[in-house]
Design a binder for this molecule. Structure first.
Ligand code: SF4
Length: 381
């Protein structure tokens, strides 16, 4: 716009000059005027330019200011947004932290170690158990066991005192099951003390080989058969002092024979019996004779034989040497050693043996009241 008005002013002065060309003065004046006029024109033309420049400058400045303002606004806006976002984030974080803190404060403290699966093995004794209390507890255990094992019996198969004596000698260092699987053939070949006393040792050895230590055992059973034949008229004596003089016969064997073949009360201290009475704190003794004396003092004589069977039954079925099945034990509440074995009822159930675990028993010919299955004969081969 400024440039167009400048051109129009110049055109006006040029169109009037040719009409006054002969008049030099006029021309000169006109020229002077033109020159004079031109100067202002220049001035006029420069002014708008200046104006324009100023305007442009102003516009630019304005624009720059606007840009600056916009930028500032944007920066401010951005800053505001950032601040708001930051504030929001901080607020959120604080809220989360607070919530977490609240949760932590209200939540139960995490257990530092897993809950014990086993209850305490026993309460620390406040005072030693009196003899009267021990007798009561021991007899209660016996009564409980009598209910559980109403069918308790010696677990060796036998038809007469001689067979029971020989089977008991053979049962050293092996199971009653293995003896029961071995003796049918032995007694079929040598049914009396005289027959066995006259046997060929190697043949006897071969027959009793499955029971282990068969040479030493052959010497014992042939030696006791000769003694019975020569000293007792071919009969098994019914007195402990006679029995213990026979080769291979100790007090344990003597009491088994007396108790089960003669009805003479006796306590049989085998490995199961000794382990269990120590777990029950009936005695601390380890010597079988001392154990026998200590336990005998807790019970009437009439109970001795059946007590022995019940304790041995319990040791074979539930209160095992390595892992007693405490969680399935009917006398757990009377036992100071509860917790020595598996206390989980389901796991304990799996440890039960013989009829308690639904398995065959040890006898091939069990008594009629035995609730389990008979043992299988020795596998051929
Ligand atoms: S509670 Fe355990 S240790 Fe005690 S008698 Fe029972 S199985 Fe044996």
């Amino acid at each position: 716009m400024a440039a167009a008005s400048h051109d129009s002013a110049v055109g006006e002065h040029a169109s009037s000059a040719p009409g006054k060309a002969t008049n030099r003065t006029a021309l000169g004046r006109s020229k002077a005027l033109t020159v004079k006029k031109t100067t202002p024109a220049k001035k006029t033309a420069a002014a708008p330019a200046k104006k324009s420049a100023t305007s442009a400058k102003k516009t630019a400045a304005k624009k720059s200011a606007a840009t600056k303002a916009a930028a500032t606004k944007a920066v401010v806006k951005k800053a505001a947004v950032t601040k708001a976002a930051a504030t929001k984030a901080v607020a959120k974080k604080t809220a989360v932290t607070k919530a977490a803190a609240k949760k932590t404060a209200t939540a139960k403290p995490a257990p530092t170690k897993p809950a014990p699966t086993k209850p305490p093995t026993k309460k620390p004794p406040t005072k030693p158990e009196s003899h009267t209390a021990l007798v009561r507890r021991a007899r209660r255990i016996n009564r409980e066991l009598a209910e559980v094992y109403s069918y308790a019996h010696p677990e060796l198969d036998f038809e007469n005192p001689f067979e029971l004596l020989v089977a008991t000698v053979l049962s050293a260092q092996t199971t009653d099951l293995r003896v029961n699987q071995t003796t049918p053939r032995l007694f079929a070949a040598y049914p009396t003390p005289e027959d066995l006393a006259a046997a060929v040792p190697e043949e006897v050895e071969e027959l009793i080989r499955p029971t282990g230590f068969f040479r030493a055992k052959t010497k014992s059973i042939m030696g006791l058969s000769k003694a019975l034949r020569d000293d007792f008229g071919g009969e098994v004596p019914g007195r402990v002092e006679d029995l213990v003089k026979l080769p291979g016969v100790g007090r344990k064997t003597a009491f088994v024979v007396l108790g089960n073949a003669f009805g003479v009360p006796g306590i049989t201290v085998d490995t199961h019996f000794g382990r269990l009475v120590r777990r029950w704190k009936w005695t601390e003794e380890t010597d079988p004779e001392k154990v026998e004396t200590a336990v005998a003092a807790l019970f009437p004589k009439s109970e001795w034989t059946m007590l022995s069977h019940r304790v041995i039954f319990h040791g074979r079925r539930i209160c095992h040497s390595r892992k007693p099945a405490c969680g399935a034990c009917p006398i757990a509440e009377l036992c100071p050693s509860y917790g020595e074995g598996e206390t989980d009822p389901e796991k304990a159930k799996k440890l039960l043996k013989y009829e308690m675990g639904g398995l065959p028993g040890q006898r091939l010919k069990p008594p009629p009241d035995y609730p389990g299955r008979p043992a299988p004969p020795l596998a051929e081969g």
